[in-house]
Design a protein around this ligand. Structure first.
Ligand SMILES: Cc1ncc(C[n+]2csc(CCOP(=O)(O)OP(=O)(O)O)c2C)c(N)n1
Length: 690
């Protein structure tokens, strides 16, 4: 007997007539359970076979675990996929997407028709290769890059605890379940996520580990010797190990997890490709179609006689019943919501919709700009951001801040903000620990959960450690805001390891991400407002460590940063020979260069460029007007040139960095690397002479 044969035989030998109690549903016989699980297996085999691509192994192996969860525990209602108090189910191992699509189809999500299952992985289908958030409704997050889903789920569980503390258990009281694979748990991000969840005692988070001992290269013995149960236990989780093909054991473990005072790991020992006679239990069932012969043999072993894509009525009925379980719970929840005081209910609904308290926000912004107009301030933009947060966070209760252990440097915690902790989930500031990647992914989970606008803090150079999660926030169109300080060589003595050089360009390369680099306190307020008003995507605020002068003088109601770039200082006589473009701390350098040029009777204008993405999205005429028609264009930014050609053209001159920085006081560094008014003026003169 091969290993899969042994496991299959052992599971199949379990008492066929066994009936186990159901939570909130009628009892499910073992035979019925098997049929329901086999429906998932059959759909996965058929869809992958039809597409000639995909991953049948995980859906077939995890079908029993998923069947128990969806038919007996998961609180959901396919008629209302956005029900705020539904349990969240995250398929962290996104390559097993057919598991999720099969579940959504079988439980009655309207959009996931059998036709869509047949169009698995095809252009324009609702069943893409890996699950994509909201596509179709019922998919809670985009997964595929292993480890992300698990870390998203930590954020969802934080959001649930926080909102329950604010709005009460009558309207917020749900679990977050994750199905994770070996690959999820091998990824480094999983350590950050697990440690954070254990520390915060997120007891409503349940991870079902598809412990099949197989990854792409072969048996896990090739690569890993970690005892995951011990590992999770060490991080403060309740952790157990079960037979993942035994419905009674799965149910008992989930029952126990639901009453735990800690997050729970259930390591479910499964056979990848369960049912496939030669490929099951091996990496051969992981990532490609099984082939007609193997599928025929698997159908026989599983006792599945229905033709491809057909689900016998009795089995379909069982799944529909599972999908209908949540209706009464949702209606009861709607009644409890209706019974809240009108103010509380309206606030809850506003926050779930993601709508901003417009007037409060506008008033806070106006008040800040008014104060800055009256008393201009020389300040680091990170300090300007802190001042902005002092006004914004009281106005927007949905803002939850944090920092990856750089709170005092990132200036993200305001004076009145309580810490969110296991002892008090109502807090609004999260000490994420030195876990940038976990932080960024948890923020995605909070945003996806709804009701929260998460913002973070770390150094801009460590955006590299957040990048995979930022990319997914952009892909999913989630409003998360990253405060990233120490945004250039201007941070000084910490040296080149800490000095971002290519990071602005690298972040600007991510579609649907806004990278803001304000030049002073006024622009910082405006950029915060724009980030908050961007409901359909993430933002990065790149902020200085060093002080910068206030360049926007006087009160201007308009949010000038909304244009992405705008003329901050016009040419003296109206007709500029030189256009100087700059962002952040280098805008002041451009203004000083303009003065040097004026001394030589060369008329120059200065354009502040706080956000490339907004500028490049502006209508062509507006862009052309801002770029102007001066003979020479010079850009200055303490980073690499990449991206600037879209503004200055390949003929323009660029003053910035071409390599890594160095360790020294920052003023010495600016001189050393030639990012000075003199060098900017020289660059313009050289171009004029050319
Ligand atoms: C970050 C990341 N790296 C690599 C991959 C490619 N990949 C997809 S599945 C997988 C590992 C498969 O092993 P496991 O997670 O145990 O899943 P199973 O074989 O049990 O389905 C890999 C490396 C990925 N999806 N994400």
């Amino acid at each position: 007997m091969t290993i899969p044969d042994r496991v299959f035989a052992a599971s199949a030998a379990l008492a066929q007539g066994q009936v186990f109690p159901a939570t909130g549903a009628s009892a499910v016989s073992r035979a019925q359970h098997d049929r329901m699980a086999n429906a998932i297996r059959a759909l996965a085999m058929d869809a992958v076979e039809q597409a000639k691509s995909g991953h049948p192994g995980l859906p077939m192996g995890a079908a029993d675990v998923a069947t128990v969860l969806f038919s007996r525990f998961l609180k959901f209602d396919p008629t209302d996929p956005a029900w705020p108090d539904r349990d969240r189910f995250v398929l962290s191992a996104g390559h097993g997407s057919m598991l999720l699509y099969a579940l959504l189809h079988l439980t009655g999500y309207e959009k996931v028709t059998i036709e869509e299952i047949k169009r698995f992985r095809q252009l324009g289908s609702l069943t893409p290769g890996h699950p994509e958030y909201g596509h179709p409704p019922g998919v809670e997050t985009t997964t595929g890059p292993l480890g992300q889903g698990l870390a998203n789920a930590v954020g969802m569980a934080i959001a649930e605890r926080h909102l329950a503390a604010i709005f009460g258990g009558e309207v917020v009281d749900h679990f977050t379940y994750v199905l994770a694979s070996d690959g999820d748990l091998m990824e480094g991000i999983s350590q950050e996520a697990i440690a954070l969840a254990g520390h915060l005692k997120l007891n409503k988070l349940v991870v079902l580990f598809d412990d099949n001992g197989i990854s792409i290269d072969g048996p896990l013995a090739l690569t890993d010797s970690v005892d995951q149960v011990e590992r999770f236990a060490a991080a403060g989780w309740a952790a157990s190990r079960i037979d993942g093909h035994d419905p009674a054991a799965i149910a008992a473990a989930i029952e126990a997890a639901r009453t735990s005072d800690r997050p729970s790991l259930i390591a479910c020992r499964t056979t990848i490709g369960y049912g496939a006679p030669t490929k099951g239990g091996t990496e051969k069932s992981h990532g490609s179609a099984l082939g007609a012969e193997e599928i025929a043999a698997a159908r026989q072993r599983l006792g599945w006689t229905a033709p491809p894509f057909e689900i016998p009525a009795a089995i379909r009925e069982g799944w529909r019943a599972a999908g209908e379980r949540g209706g009464p719970a949702r209606r009861a929840w709607a009644e409890r919501l209706a019974a809240l005081s009108p103010d509380k209910r309206a606030e809850f609904e506003r926050r779930v919709r993601g709508a901003l308290p417009d007037e409060k926000l506008a008033a806070a912004v106006r008040a800040m700009k008014d104060t800055l107009a009256q008393t201009p301030k020389e300040a680091a933009t990170r300090a300007a951001s802190e001042a902005a947060l002092e006004a914004l966070t009281p106005a927007l209760a949905e803002m939850i801040g944090g920092s990856a252990d750089l709170t005092g440097s990132n200036n993200t915690r305001t004076k009145a903000m309580k810490v969110l902790s296991a002892a008090d989930y109502s807090g609004r500031f999260i000490h994420y620990g030195v876990r940038e990647h976990g932080m960024a992914a948890a923020m995605n989970g909070m945003a996806l959960h709804g009701g929260i606008i998460p913002y973070s803090g770390t150094f801009l150079v460590f955006s590299d450690y957040c990048r995979p999660a930022i990319r997914l926030a952009a892909l999913m169109g989630q409003r998360v805001i990253h405060v990233m300080t120490h945004d250039s060589i201007g941070l000084g003595e910490d040296g080149p390891t800490h000095q971002p050089v290519e990071h602005l360009a690298a972040l600007r390369a991510i579609p649907n991400l806004k990278v803001f680099r304000p030049c002073d306190s006024v622009e910082t307020v405006e950029c915060w407002e724009l980030a908050l008003r961007t409901q359909s995507g993430p933002s990065v605020l790149a902020l200085t460590r060093q002080n910068v002068p206030q360049l926007r003088i006087g009160f201007d109601e308009r949010n000038r940063c909304a244009a992405g770039a705008y003329e901050l200082v016009p040419a003296e006589d109206g007709a500029a020979v030189v256009s100087l473009f700059a962002s952040g701390s280098e805008v002041a350098i451009a203004i000083a260069a303009r003065k040097l040029l004026a001394e030589r009777s060369i008329s120059a204008r200065v354009v502040s460029v706080p956000c490339f993405e907004l500028f490049l999205a502006a209508p062509a005429e507006e862009r052309a007007a801002t770029i102007g028609n001066a003979k020479v264009s010079v850009a200055v930014e303490a980073g690499i040139r990449q991206g600037w050609d879209a503004i200055i053209g390949s003929d323009g001159a660029f003053v910035g960095m071409i390599g890594f920085g160095a360790s020294a006081p920052y003023k010495d560094l600016y001189r050393h690397f030639g990012i000075t008014p003199e060098k900017v003026a020289e660059a313009a003169l050289a171009k004029l002479a050319a």
